[in-house]
Design a protein around this ligand. Structure first.
Ligand SMILES: Nc1ncnc2c1ncn2[C@@H]1O[C@H](COP(=O)(O)OP(=O)(O)O)[C@@H](O)[C@H]1O
Ligand SMILES: [Mg+2]
Length: 203
């Protein structure tokens, strides 16, 4: 499958345009990196691709079809700060299974401990929570993952473990990934191709 963002332009307000004619394409069996300066508009582009922002101009398609945004979106965005995306009043089991019920083997691959399931989000570390948000996004209906600085807050060992698990799962299940980071060394290890944001944004 191919996800295409074509000629995306966007501004939050009249003062400043953030994106101008940005185009990129993702393939199901590839991990594409996106590197760029802080504040340049990478997260904004991620939100557009994953359907969180809709008042943009241009087009986002999968295999030339508009992306369905009802029920479950096949493009899943994973954020830098997992705690902001979880209901603090839900225990982790509910947070996870709201999306799907991952097999035990996959939970083990991501280093998810059974006793974490009975805890509140506030009772887990950032790295522990991020394992849940990634696993939650790997619903069988997911075709593309937009990973926006997902390991920036984590220690080196957790970073390696999480990326290894995510890469293995996505390659085996034909899920395409856009990996956004300001860390070129990480992208060089993880990605098949790397795009530079200032080269695809035509401001
Ligand atoms: N909701 C918003 N309203 C207005 N400006 C915003 C909003 N979100 C982000 N911005 C601004 O848009 C610019 C790009 O932000 P962002 O896409 O988060 O960049 P990056 O992810 O590359 O650091 C920044 O200057 C940021 O302050
Ligand atoms: Mg960002």
């Amino acid at each position: 499958m191919e996800l295409k963002a074509s000629n995306i332009s966007f501004s939050y307000n009249k003062k400043r345009q953030i994106l101008k004619d940005v185009s990129l394409s993702l393939d199901s069996n590839k991990i594409v990196g996106l590197i760029g300066d802080s504040g340049s508009g990478k997260s904004t582009l991620c939100k557009i691709i994953a359907g969180y922002i809709t008042n943009y101009s241009g087009e986002v398609t999968i295999d030339n079809q508009k992306i369905p945004n009802k029920n479950f979106c096949p493009v899943q965005l994973i954020f830098q700060h997992p705690e902001k995306t979880m209901n603090p009043k839900w225990k982790m089991e509910k947070v996870l299974t709201e999306s799907w019920n991952p097999p035990q083997e996959l939970k083990d691959t991501f280093g998810l401990k059974d006793n974490w399931l009975g805890r509140w989000p506030s009772e887990l570390s950032g790295g522990e929570l991020q394992r849940f948000s990634i696993l939650r996004a790997l619903n069988p209906n997911t075709k593309f993952i937009i990973a926006d600085e997902i390991s920036t807050m984590l220690d080196a060992l957790t970073q390696v473990q999480i990326w290894e698990a995510l890469i293995n799962y996505s390659k085996a299940n034909n899920i395409g990934i856009l990996a956004v980071s300001h860390d070129i060394e990480l992208l060089e290890v993880v990605c098949d191709d790397i795009l530079r944001f200032d080269e695809i944004n035509n401001l």
